[in-house]
Design a protein around this ligand. Structure first.
Ligand code: GDP
Ligand code: CA
Length: 310
């Protein structure tokens, strides 16, 4: 069985760890958001690809929730002392990867090829693909102005309410090599419990990825990032409230019109199941908080088993 997972960073990476614990990692392809990518101090940084890579390599920091375990911050301290750009948190070990990636991109290698090499170097058996090798950049329109994703998320701590998301470059963006093939060959497509607007949104903004999903012949199952109508972390609930009109599992379902066949929702939201069902999507109630390896694996199994298929 081949499984494709559409994913953002932290929430998606946690879910992917459960998936590769539940099934053979070699059968798993992650299609990862690149809308958050940025350049800092001349370094090309892909936060969501790195979260997925570090998580699947088993070297992510579980407590902090992002970046690498056993991280030190000497480079950043030095950058700060020298008056360099220091708003974006870069750990020493993390910087090592950014230097390698930046250098390879500069020789003209596409991001997908660089990612494949990094994945192999870290001994990860799953396939990790950027949604696109082209530049797609997320912008948020807010009452206080328009901000690039990282400025809004990191520098302004995602406090500005979002009126609109825009994905610069998405119209012209082509799926990265392997993306359409993976979707075409998949027996099951999963949407991780990632932020629907700023993690999954930029992936689906690539027209040929969205149309491949619309024309799928296999089930697509999403996992809700909300528990009890609240995000485990980050701006998902606030965005759902403002952009979708509410934070129930039905509102999550409506983020993926015509794109999903089942939604895994939390036990706390079990009362929403009927409303999800009325939208033509099968509700699957499960324990969705991934607080330890066993919980991650159980949630992965709930998503994998959500739709019975031949
Ligand atoms: P980002 O790119 O690093 O922001 O990460 P994602 O978009 O992949 O994940 C962020 C989302 O993951 C948030 O909306 C969280 O609510 C969700 N999330 C994080 N941990 C969990 C969890 O244990 N269970 C569920 N259901 N969602 C989670
Ligand atoms: Ca992200």
């Amino acid at each position: 069985m081949k499984v494709v997972v559409l994913t953002g960073g932290v929430g998606g990476a946690r879910f992917l760890r459960g998936i590769v614990a539940a099934i053979d990692p070699a059968t798993v392809t992650a299609i990862v958001n690149v809308g958050d990518d940025l350049e800092v101090l001349g370094l090309s940084i892909s936060p969501d690809l790195d979260s997925v890579l570090y998580a699947l390599a088993g070297i992510s920091d579980e407590e902090r929730g992002w970046g690498r375990a056993d991280e030190t911050w000497n480079a950043l301290a030095s950058i700060e002392a020298l008056g360099g750009e220091s708003w974006f948190r870069l750990g020493d070990r993390d910087v090592g990867l950014h230097i390698v990636r930046t250098n390879e991109l500069r020789t003209g290698e596409p991001l997908s090829a660089v990612t494949a090499r990094l994945t192999a170097a870290l001994g990860v058996d799953a396939t990790i693909l950027p949604a696109t090798d082209d530049a797609v950049r997320t912008w948020l329109d807010t009452p206080n102005g328009s901000f690039s994703f990282q400025e809004w998320f990191v520098a302004r701590a995602h406090r500005d309410p979002v009126d609109r998301t825009r994905f610069e470059g998405a119209t012209a963006a082509r799926p990265a090599p392997g993306v359409l093939e993976a979707l075409h060959d998949a027996d099951l497509i999963l949407i991780a419990p990632s932020n629907p607007f700023v993690s999954i949104g930029p992936i689906l903004a690539v027209e040929r990825i969205r149309s491949a999903l619309e024309r799928r012949r296999v089930p697509c199952v999403a996992v809700s990032p909300l528990i009890g109508g609240r995000a485990v972390k980050g701006p998902a609930a606030a965005m759902l409230q403002r952009l979708q009109g509410g934070t129930t599992a039905a509102h999550v379902t409506q983020c993926y019109p015509g794109l999903i066949d089942a939604l895994v929702l939390d036990e706390e939201d079990a009362a929403d199941a009927e409303a999800v069902s009325q939208l033509g999507v099968r509700p699957v109630v499960a324990h969705t908080l991934m607080h330890d390896p066993a919980a991650r694996k159980r949630l992965a199994e709930a998503a994998l088993d959500a739709v019975a298929f031949a």
